[in-house]
Design a binder for this molecule. Sequence first.
Ligand code: SF4
Ligand code: SF4
Length: 399
Amino acid sequence: MLKQLLADRECVPPLGTIDQRLRQCNISRRSFLVFCTSLMVAAPYGLALTDKTRPEDVAAVLGKVIRPPVIWLHFQDCTGCTESLLQTSHPGFADLILNVISLEYHETLMAGSGAQARQALDEAMQRYAGKYILVVEGSIPMGAQGIYMKSGGRTAMEVLTDVGGKAAAIIAIGSCASWGGIPSADPDPTGAVGVADLLPDHSIINIPGCPPNPYTMLGVVLQYAADGTLPETDEQRRPKFAFDRDIHEHCPRRAHFDAGNFVKVYGDAGHREGWCLYEMGCKGPDTHAGCSTRHFNEIPDVWPIGIGAPCIGCTEKAVAFKVPMFEVVQLHTIAAPPTSYASITTTRGTISPLATGLVGLGVGVLATGGYVASRKFSRKQDDDDAPGEDPGSHERPQP
Ligand code: SF4
Ligand code: SF4
């Protein structure tokens, strides 16, 4: 449906191609290439990526895409999902993201409030009726006829039904919007549910996580903007490109798991050596997500296990906020070690011959691509920080 925007371009002047917008805002090509590199690592978004695909190829495709209009609603949330989108490590990245999409309404970011905000929402819905992507952050309180949350006199249920009903597609970002998240934990007096519980027949993509990786959301939005399709999903409406593997499968501590090297107490010798966190309650073996290969804030190792904390299973409805933090999960599908391990160092214990002998064989494409792209990113960031090339120094026009 967004393809129609191409034909309607004269009728919807605020939109244009991503290339046009970046030129208009004096955003450097180099910054855009860095963004595309991160996108390649975190969200292949339907591009048939190969090991020969370069950020320039992605930029060439994306540059021609009409900026997709996005309306972003908040319900029972902590705004952490928004924070994960905007707290990027690279100067100007948040600005860049907000220029790649056309964010028409976002209660946390907009200056207006009250009647002004409501007017902005109504205008955006009217202008892009049937064409905008609705991003929902936070759970919807269904209990007691929805009295636990009202906005402008309407319950959350009424707002979502209204705004969601005119959207081309809906993205439920975060665990709260996907299936209730933290607000749905016992005893939950509000009756918190996810978007699909209220609008089961709509085109909805769930991107659970607390918070989720923002590039997964951007990948879905940009795929839809590029060719009008949504990514293939699993039975929980999660895009397979980001949720088709469990954390344990590509965890950098997996060699320690297979060798029987487990952290027993935070701060013990094994913890300091980076041993496996399974006995600390790590839910990685039961959790489908891409965190172990697609890290946060464009920095390698920035994710819970990367900094020594166990995975809490935040993308799994049956695990997060339901299974106690230190409870050890059952191992269902761990039959054989992976074909490769991330490199580790250890001065204690012994890594099994099986664990070490397979290193180097059939390195996973994504893991390698992620690492290589991350290194490229670091170099490009250094380049961008060179005098006279500061991509963060531009003034961003209001959307
Ligand atoms: S999913 Fe997590 S980060 Fe996002 S709004 Fe809910 S509690 Fe906050
Ligand atoms: S149990 Fe957790 S820390 Fe250990 S290898 Fe699996 S995912 Fe990694």
